[in-house]
Design a protein around this ligand. Structure first.
Ligand code: ZN
Length: 365
C-alpha cells in the first residue's frame, strides 16, 4: 500500500476518495502545515508527495528531494502562475506542477504515472509465439486485428503454421491460429509477417481491445482508451454506438497518425453524437497532429498531454505529462524539471508556439 503525503486541502482529499483511486490503494498521510509535512516525510518516507504550492510547497519539495531524490513530488498551484513560480519548479526539483481546480481523473493520471501504475485500459499484455507446438523466442511488434510482425532467432518458412498466444495481465489467454505470410533474413535473425486466420468473437474482441480501443463505462461517463496507429486501415465506425453522453478519450497509447488516419479520426468526431468530450494524456504523435489540424480535437478540450523533454548535460530524453491548465496559466511557458539522471535542467524539447498551438484555440479567455 503506497504511502502518499498530502497537504490538508479539501479538494485534494476529496479527489483521493474518488473511484479511480480505490484501485491504487493509497495510504494518505495528511499534513496540517509545512512543519508537519516535513516531519511526516522524514518519519514515514512516502514514495509520493502531493502538496499545495501556496503553503511553502516549493520549499518542502526541495527538502523532500534533498532527503530522498527518488521520492516523487507533485505541487498544486492556483490559477495564475508567475514566471518566478515557474522557475521555482526546476529549483525545487518537483516532478510535476498541477493547477487547481482539477478533476479526480487528472490527478489520478498524474499519480498513476508517477507511481508507475497502469491507468485503466492501459494494462500490459504478453504475446507468445509457438511454431510446430514449440515456443520460440520472438520479439513482437505491430499487433493488429489482422496479424503481427515478429523477429525471431531462427528461420521460418512462408506458409508455416504459427500459434499466437495473447495474455492480457490478470486475464485468461487467447490462442490464435495464424500463418507466416512473408519472411526475410536480417542480421542473422528472421523478420516475419504473421497473418491471423478466421477469428472467433472472443479473440476479435480481445484483439480490438488491445490494438484499437477499449470502452469503459464509468457512471455517467464513457471512457474510451484509443491505441496504436491511426492509418487508412483504422475504422472508427464500430466505435460510434458507444459515443453517448459525456466521453473521455485517453490518447496516451496513440503511437502514430498519418494523414489518412487523421482524416478518418476527424470524420469520426464529426459523426459522433457526443454531448461533450475531453482528451486525457494525449501522446506526442496526437499532439503534433492536433497542433496542425484543429479538427483533430473537434469540439473537445485537451485536459493533459505528453511533451518531449531533453537534458542538455547528459542527453537524457523523456516525455512528461503536462496539464493544459498549467501551461495556459504560465502563458505557454513550459516548466523546466530536474533531470532524473544527472540533476541538470530537463527542458522542453520543441518550440512552444508550435507544440502548444492546439491549446491556444482552446483558451476560453
Ligand atoms: Zn541529465
Amino acid at each position: 500500500m503506497p504511502k502518499v503525503l498530502v497537504s490538508n486541502n479539501s479538494e485534494l482529499l476529496r479527489h483521493f476518495t474518488a473511484p479511480p483511486f480505490q484501485r491504487l490503494g493509497l495510504e494518505l498521510l495528511v499534513a496540517q502545515d509545512a512543519n508537519e509535512a516535513t516531519s511526516l516525510f522524514e518519519r514515514e518516507e512516502p514514495p509520493l508527495v502531493v502538496l499545495d504550492a501556496e503553503t511553502e510547497g516549493f520549499a518542502i519539495a526541495k527538502k523532500c528531494k534533498a532527503k530522498n531524490p527518488t521520492a516523487r513530488v507533485i505541487l498544486v498551484a492556483g490559477k495564475r502562475l508567475s514566471g518566478d513560480q515557474m522557475r521555482e519548479v526546476a529549483a525545487s526539483g518537483c516532478d510535476e506542477l498541477l493547477i487547481a481546480p482539477m478533476t479526480a481523473d487528472e490527478l489520478h493520471d498524474v499519480i498513476a504515472i508517477q507511481l508507475g501504475e497502469p491507468r485503466p485500459g492501459t494494462e500490459a499484455f504478453a504475446v507468445n509465439i509457438q511454431i510446430g507446438g514449440r515456443k520460440v523466442d520472438a520479439t513482437v511488434s505491430n499487433l493488429s486485428v489482422d496479424g503481427v510482425r515478429i523477429v525471431l532467432m531462427e528461420p521460418v518458412a512462408e506458409g508455416q503454421a504459427v500459434d499466437v498466444t495473447i495474455t492480457p495481465e490478470g486475464q485468461p489467454a487467447v490462442v490464435i491460429k495464424a500463418s507466416c505470410v512473408w519472411a526475410q533474413p536480417r542480421d542473422g535473425k528472421t523478420v516475419a509477417g504473421i497473418a491471423f486466420g478466421a477469428l472467433d468473437d472472443k479473440a476479435r474482441a480481445q484483439l480490438a481491445k488491445l490494438t484499437q480501443w477499449q470502452v469503459v463505462k464509468d457512471g455517467e461517463r464513457t471512457r474510451v482508451v484509443l491505441r496504436g496507429d491511426f492509418t487508412e486501415a483504422t475504422r472508427f465506425d464500430e466505435l460510434l454506438p458507444a459515443m453517448v453522453g459525456r466521453v473521455v478519450f485517453d490518447m496516451a497509447q496513440v503511437t502514430y497518425m498519418n494523414s489518412l488516419g487523421v482524416r478518418a479520426w476527424c470524420e469520426f468526431l464529426r459523426q459522433a453524437r457526443i454531448q461533450g468530450y475531453e482528451f486525457h494524456a494525449c501522446s506526442v504523435p496526437f499532439v503534433l497532429q492536433a497542433s496542425m489540424v484543429k479538427d483533430v480535437i473537434g469540439r473537445g478540450t485537451v485536459t493533459s498531454f505528453f511533451a518531449p523533454f531533453h537534458c542538455l548535460s547528459c542527453d537524457h530524453q523523456e516525455e512528461r505529462l503536462l496539464q493544459s491548465a498549467a501551461i495556459l496559466a504560465s502563458n505557454l511557458e513550459p516548466p523546466v524539471f530536474k533531470c532524473p539522471n544527472c540533476g541538470g535542467a530537463l527542458e522542453f524539447d520543441d518550440l512552444p508556439e508550435r507544440y502548444f498551438a492546439f491549446l491556444q484555440a482552446d483558451d476560453p479567455e
